[in-house]
Design a protein around this ligand. Structure first.
Ligand SMILES: CC(C)(COP(=O)(O)OP(=O)(O)OC[C@H]1O[C@@H](n2cnc3c(N)ncnc32)[C@H](O)[C@@H]1OP(=O)(O)O)[C@@H](O)C(=O)NCCC(=O)NCCS
Length: 135
Protein backbone atom coordinates (compact mmCIF):
# COMPACT_ATOMS: atom_id res chain seq x y z
CA UNK A 1 0.00 0.00 0.00
CA UNK A 2 1.03 3.61 -0.55
CA UNK A 3 1.56 5.51 2.71
CA UNK A 4 2.55 8.85 1.24
CA UNK A 5 3.69 10.79 -1.79
CA UNK A 6 5.56 14.07 -2.08
CA UNK A 7 6.98 16.24 -4.82
CA UNK A 8 9.11 19.36 -5.05
CA UNK A 9 10.61 21.64 -7.67
CA UNK A 10 13.79 23.55 -6.74
CA UNK A 11 15.44 26.39 -8.63
CA UNK A 12 19.13 25.61 -9.30
CA UNK A 13 19.99 29.33 -9.65
CA UNK A 14 18.51 30.04 -6.23
CA UNK A 15 20.54 27.20 -4.70
CA UNK A 16 23.67 28.52 -6.50
CA UNK A 17 22.99 31.96 -4.98
CA UNK A 18 22.61 30.47 -1.50
CA UNK A 19 25.87 28.52 -1.96
CA UNK A 20 27.67 31.75 -3.01
CA UNK A 21 26.25 33.67 -0.08
CA UNK A 22 26.44 31.16 2.76
CA UNK A 23 28.91 28.53 1.48
CA UNK A 24 29.75 25.86 4.05
CA UNK A 25 27.20 27.18 6.56
CA UNK A 26 24.46 26.17 4.10
CA UNK A 27 26.21 22.94 3.04
CA UNK A 28 26.73 21.79 6.62
CA UNK A 29 23.26 22.73 7.85
CA UNK A 30 21.36 20.91 5.09
CA UNK A 31 23.53 18.18 3.53
CA UNK A 32 25.29 15.11 4.94
CA UNK A 33 29.01 14.59 4.42
CA UNK A 34 28.18 11.97 1.82
CA UNK A 35 25.93 14.36 -0.11
CA UNK A 36 28.58 17.08 0.09
CA UNK A 37 31.30 14.72 -1.15
CA UNK A 38 29.16 13.79 -4.17
CA UNK A 39 28.38 17.44 -5.00
CA UNK A 40 32.06 18.44 -4.64
CA UNK A 41 33.08 15.79 -7.20
CA UNK A 42 30.53 17.05 -9.73
CA UNK A 43 30.88 19.79 -12.34
CA UNK A 44 27.31 20.89 -11.58
CA UNK A 45 27.58 21.31 -7.82
CA UNK A 46 24.48 23.54 -7.53
CA UNK A 47 22.38 21.16 -9.65
CA UNK A 48 23.44 18.21 -7.50
CA UNK A 49 22.47 20.11 -4.34
CA UNK A 50 19.21 21.36 -5.88
CA UNK A 51 18.08 17.78 -6.66
CA UNK A 52 18.87 16.73 -3.10
CA UNK A 53 17.14 19.82 -1.68
CA UNK A 54 14.05 18.90 -3.73
CA UNK A 55 14.31 15.30 -2.46
CA UNK A 56 14.32 16.45 1.17
CA UNK A 57 11.29 18.70 0.62
CA UNK A 58 9.43 15.96 -1.28
CA UNK A 59 10.27 13.43 1.45
CA UNK A 60 8.98 15.72 4.20
CA UNK A 61 5.72 15.98 2.26
CA UNK A 62 5.50 12.22 1.84
CA UNK A 63 6.06 11.87 5.59
CA UNK A 64 3.16 14.27 6.08
CA UNK A 65 5.20 16.63 8.24
CA UNK A 66 6.29 19.32 5.78
CA UNK A 67 9.33 21.26 6.87
CA UNK A 68 8.27 22.12 10.41
CA UNK A 69 10.56 24.20 12.59
CA UNK A 70 13.36 22.32 14.24
CA UNK A 71 13.51 19.33 11.91
CA UNK A 72 16.93 18.29 10.70
CA UNK A 73 17.38 18.29 6.94
CA UNK A 74 20.26 15.87 7.30
CA UNK A 75 17.87 13.21 8.63
CA UNK A 76 16.57 12.82 5.04
CA UNK A 77 19.52 12.18 2.74
CA UNK A 78 20.16 10.87 -0.76
CA UNK A 79 22.82 8.37 -1.76
CA UNK A 80 23.25 6.59 -5.09
CA UNK A 81 23.52 2.91 -5.91
CA UNK A 82 26.29 1.83 -8.31
CA UNK A 83 23.73 2.03 -11.13
CA UNK A 84 23.15 5.73 -10.33
CA UNK A 85 19.71 5.07 -8.86
CA UNK A 86 19.07 7.41 -5.92
CA UNK A 87 18.13 6.01 -2.52
CA UNK A 88 16.59 8.00 0.33
CA UNK A 89 17.96 7.29 3.81
CA UNK A 90 16.01 8.37 6.88
CA UNK A 91 17.51 8.82 10.34
CA UNK A 92 16.50 10.58 13.58
CA UNK A 93 13.07 12.25 13.58
CA UNK A 94 12.39 11.21 9.95
CA UNK A 95 12.98 7.52 10.72
CA UNK A 96 10.75 7.87 13.82
CA UNK A 97 7.99 9.48 11.76
CA UNK A 98 8.27 6.69 9.15
CA UNK A 99 7.98 4.06 11.89
CA UNK A 100 4.90 5.83 13.33
CA UNK A 101 3.09 5.86 10.00
CA UNK A 102 3.94 2.25 9.09
CA UNK A 103 1.12 -0.18 9.98
CA UNK A 104 1.95 -3.09 12.29
CA UNK A 105 3.29 -6.13 10.44
CA UNK A 106 4.52 -4.00 7.52
CA UNK A 107 7.90 -2.83 6.26
CA UNK A 108 8.16 0.62 4.66
CA UNK A 109 10.27 1.54 1.63
CA UNK A 110 10.97 5.12 0.54
CA UNK A 111 11.27 5.46 -3.24
CA UNK A 112 12.81 8.58 -4.77
CA UNK A 113 13.29 9.77 -8.33
CA UNK A 114 15.25 12.89 -9.33
CA UNK A 115 15.67 14.92 -12.50
CA UNK A 116 17.05 18.28 -13.53
CA UNK A 117 16.86 20.49 -16.59
CA UNK A 118 18.43 23.85 -15.85
CA UNK A 119 17.22 25.92 -14.00
CA UNK A 120 14.88 23.35 -12.45
CA UNK A 121 15.50 20.31 -10.28
CA UNK A 122 12.63 18.01 -9.39
CA UNK A 123 12.04 15.15 -6.97
CA UNK A 124 9.26 12.65 -6.37
CA UNK A 125 9.05 10.51 -3.27
CA UNK A 126 6.68 7.58 -2.71
CA UNK A 127 6.50 5.72 0.59
CA UNK A 128 5.28 2.15 0.24
CA UNK A 129 4.45 -0.42 2.90
CA UNK A 130 4.54 -4.17 2.28
CA UNK A 131 3.40 -6.89 4.68
CA UNK A 132 6.33 -8.60 6.36
CA UNK A 133 6.50 -12.28 5.35
CA UNK A 134 5.90 -14.59 8.27
CA UNK A 135 7.25 -18.16 7.85
C1 LIG B 1 19.15 7.25 -15.59
C2 LIG B 1 19.33 8.27 -16.72
C3 LIG B 1 18.21 8.06 -17.71
C4 LIG B 1 19.30 9.68 -16.14
O1 LIG B 1 19.03 10.62 -17.16
P1 LIG B 1 19.71 12.06 -17.33
O2 LIG B 1 19.00 12.74 -18.41
O3 LIG B 1 21.19 11.86 -17.40
O4 LIG B 1 19.51 12.86 -15.99
P2 LIG B 1 18.21 13.36 -15.20
O5 LIG B 1 18.47 14.80 -14.83
O6 LIG B 1 16.92 13.07 -15.85
O7 LIG B 1 18.29 12.45 -13.89
C5 LIG B 1 19.44 12.40 -13.15
C6 LIG B 1 19.12 11.59 -11.92
O8 LIG B 1 18.64 10.31 -12.32
C7 LIG B 1 18.86 9.40 -11.25
N1 LIG B 1 19.38 8.14 -11.80
C8 LIG B 1 20.57 7.90 -12.35
N2 LIG B 1 20.67 6.60 -12.68
C9 LIG B 1 19.51 6.00 -12.34
C10 LIG B 1 19.01 4.67 -12.42
N3 LIG B 1 19.73 3.68 -12.91
N4 LIG B 1 17.76 4.42 -11.95
C11 LIG B 1 17.01 5.40 -11.42
N5 LIG B 1 17.44 6.69 -11.31
C12 LIG B 1 18.67 6.98 -11.78
C13 LIG B 1 19.88 10.06 -10.32
O9 LIG B 1 19.21 10.45 -9.13
C14 LIG B 1 20.33 11.30 -11.10
O10 LIG B 1 20.64 12.40 -10.28
P3 LIG B 1 21.87 12.32 -9.26
O11 LIG B 1 22.98 11.60 -9.98
O12 LIG B 1 22.20 13.73 -8.90
O13 LIG B 1 21.38 11.51 -8.07
C15 LIG B 1 20.68 8.08 -17.43
O14 LIG B 1 21.73 8.38 -16.53
C16 LIG B 1 20.88 6.68 -18.01
O15 LIG B 1 20.26 6.32 -19.00
N6 LIG B 1 21.73 5.89 -17.46
C17 LIG B 1 21.95 4.59 -18.08
C18 LIG B 1 22.72 3.64 -17.36
C19 LIG B 1 24.07 4.05 -16.98
O16 LIG B 1 24.71 4.95 -17.48
N7 LIG B 1 24.51 3.31 -15.98
C20 LIG B 1 25.80 3.48 -15.46
C21 LIG B 1 26.07 2.48 -14.38
S1 LIG B 1 25.49 0.86 -14.72
Amino acid sequence: MILGIGTDLANIERIAGTLDRFGDRFRNRVFTEREQAKAARRKDEAGTYAKRWAAKEACSKALGTGLAMGISWKDMSVSNLRTGQPVMELTGWAAERLAEMTPAGHKATVHVSLTDDHPWAQAFVVIEAEPVQVD
